[in-house]
Ligand binder design. Structure first.
Ligand SMILES: *[C@@H]1O[C@H](CO)[C@@H](O)[C@H](O)[C@H]1NC(C)=O
Length: 162
């Protein structure tokens, strides 16, 4: 009898583990991200789609702000006019990313997609400005990093928009 109740307890316990484990492990906001390691490092196990989207966007805003400081320093030293284009496109990206945060707060999924896509395009503008003039962008590595973060923001936000 004691054995019987013990084993049925174990079965219930196992059933709970079985039911609980797959549900917990399927909440991976970075599953569709092209840069999963970068995405997971930014989200640190967050499973709520709205929170995850906000955290990813905020990380990109602060990374962009740091890049603007670098770009300004470069523009001052080298008197590079194209660097001004980069700064403006980064500023515009921040504007669009802040709008995206409002969209998450207001649960406005259509605008969220538009504003995040606009931010992603802003990050391509810097490299484009150089390549149109046949020059290699001095911001190549920064741009690539920001483009990846923006791509991840879009991927995480698709979980929210489902
Ligand atoms: C971006 O978000 C703002 C709200 O913050 C909204 O007014 C605007 O229409 C959105 N832009 C696009 C292109 O959807």
């Amino acid at each position: 009898m004691a054995f019987k109740s013990c084993s049925s307890f174990s079965l219930v316990f196992l059933a709970i583990i079985f039911l609980a484990t797959p549900a917990a492990s399927t909440v991976d906001l970075c599953a569709d991200a092209d840069y999963k390691d970068l995405c997971r490092a930014a989200l640190r196990g967050i499973t709520n789609p709205a929170t995850g989207t906000q955290v990813a966007i905020k990380a990109l805003i602060s990374e962009t702000q740091r890049s603007i400081v670098k770009a300004k320093r470069f523009a001052d030293i080298k008197k590079d006019k194209i660097a001004k284009v980069c700064m403006e496109s980064y500023e515009d990206a921040i504007y669009n990313l802040k709008a995206s945060l409002n969209n998450v707060r207001d649960n406005d999924k259509g605008s969220l997609n538009s504003n995040l896509s606009a931010a992603y395009t802003d990050f391509l503008s810097c490299d484009d400005a150089y390549s149109e003039r046949g020059r290699a962008s001095p911001y190549g590595r920064i741009s690539t990093h920001l483009q990846r973060l923006a791509s991840n923001c879009l991927a995480v936000s698709t979980v929210l928009r489902r």
